[in-house]
Design a protein around this ligand. Structure first.
Ligand code: NAP
Length: 337
């Protein structure tokens, strides 16, 4: 079968199509005929061995997001049937509950092979059904960015109607956070480097918007927008470059979900504000199978659709990665197999 993998050495140049033997489902497993995948910012770091020595030895099949249709069901599997559409879970060993070292040890497209293959064989306990109203490309976007936003706002954040949530930028995680926050009845403030993208988030329901390029002191502006005391929850994807503003934006006792480090990964913030304002800094690393299933139920109930910016063909993974790296996208960049 065809796969798209980091081949013989860690570098962008060694990212290419290769061949692997076609797998078959053993006892307790299902085989998926993969139909779509989606990109995440982390995938840009993978070919350069950005996650270090814990990564699988080469060759490594790319991407952590994908969806497939079950075409083989192994002995002893009664939870799925041939024809069911499922996503392999981002963390193959985190079924539910609190994170542990074991739960976080195996993620797709990093410590284990990813979704850019014609077929994947996965234990039936490590896949989850997708909402029926989504097409394959939309469904492929769910395991990473959507589960991360869900874990941040729902499982950990307990956002409720009437809260104010600040969402940074218009990438994959952030637009899911906007959609979930609106679903929960929150008021949402969105930031972006682009006025055109801010117009688009308004159309999606954002209540207030701030251009973080033209308003570098956006933390104070966001605090005022939230009635002066600050926002209840910040979805932090910038890290070093944005945390000082997030600390100005958040209310005393509020939560900052630490998700990404797009603007630097070193702690460089007024730590006294965390103490004196009683701020909860909550690290988030995707989520569990239980998070995926709860999120999928909510998406189905609300008929929510992920925002897909652009779809590339299987052979165009490198072009898709260049497009993601350019930052021109709004929402998810996807691959049709
Ligand atoms: N912890 C986890 O479990 C987890 C899961 C998924 C992703 N992440 C991390 O979260 C981050 C976002 O991932 P993604 O896949 O959503 O990325 P993405 O789709 O590539 O989104 C990137 C967007 O972030 C915005 N951005 C960039 N620099 C910014 C800054 N300084 N301030 C505010 N916004 C900024 C930009 O939005 P505009 O163009 O609108 O300015 C950009 O388009 C990455 O660091 C990624 O590694 C973490």
């Amino acid at each position: 079968m065809r796969v798209f993998q980091v081949d013989t050495a860690w570098s962008d140049e060694n990212l290419r199509i290769g061949e692997r033997p076609e797998p078959t489902a053993g006892p307790g497993e299902v085989r998926l005929k993969m139909t779509a995948s989606a990109l995440n910012y982390r995938d840009l770091l993978v070919p350069r061995r950005g996650y270090g020595s814990r990564m699988k030895a080469l060759p490594l099949i790319m991407l952590c997001d994908g969806v497939g249709r079950i075409d083989q069901v192994g002995e002893g599997v009664d939870s799925y049937r041939v024809g069911d559409r499922v996503c392999p879970l981002f963390f193959s060993s985190w079924p539910a509950g609190e994170p542990s070292a074991e739960h976080l040890a195996h993620s797709l497209g990093c410590e284990i092979d990813g979704t850019m293959a014609e077929y994947m064989v996965v234990p039936a306990s490590k896949v989850a059904a997708v909402p029926a109203h989504l097409d394959d490309v939309e469904a492929a976007t769910l395991p990473t960015a959507a589960v991360t936003a869900w874990r941040a706002l729902v499982t950990e954040g307990r956002v409720k109607a009437g809260d104010t949530v600040l969402v940074q930028g218009t990438g994959g995680v952030s637009l899911f956070a906007l959609q979930f926050a609106k679903m929960l009845g929150a008021t949402v403030i969105c930031t972006s480097s682009s006025d055109e993208k801010l117009t688009r988030v308004r159309a999606m329901g954002a209540d207030e918007t701030i251009n973080y390029r033209t308003t570098p002191e956006w933390g104070r502006v966001a605090r005022d927008m939230a009635g002066g005391s600050g926002v209840d929850h910040v979805v932090e994807v910038g890290g070093q470059g944005t945390l000082p503003q997030s600390l100005r934006a958040v209310r005393p006792g509020g939560t900052i979900s630490m998700i990404g480090v797009l603007a630097g990964s070193v702690m460089d913030a007024p730590l006294g504000m965390i103490v004196t304002r009683h701020v909860r800094l909550q690290g988030i690393t995707v989520g569990s199978g239980e998070d995926f299933r709860a999120m999928a139920r909510a998406i189905a109930h609300h008929g929510m659709r992920p925002v897909v910016d652009r779809v590339f063909e299987f052979e165009q993974l490198r072009e898709a990665m260049q497009y993601l790296a350019s930052g021109r996208h709004f929402g998810k960049v996807c691959i049709r197999h």
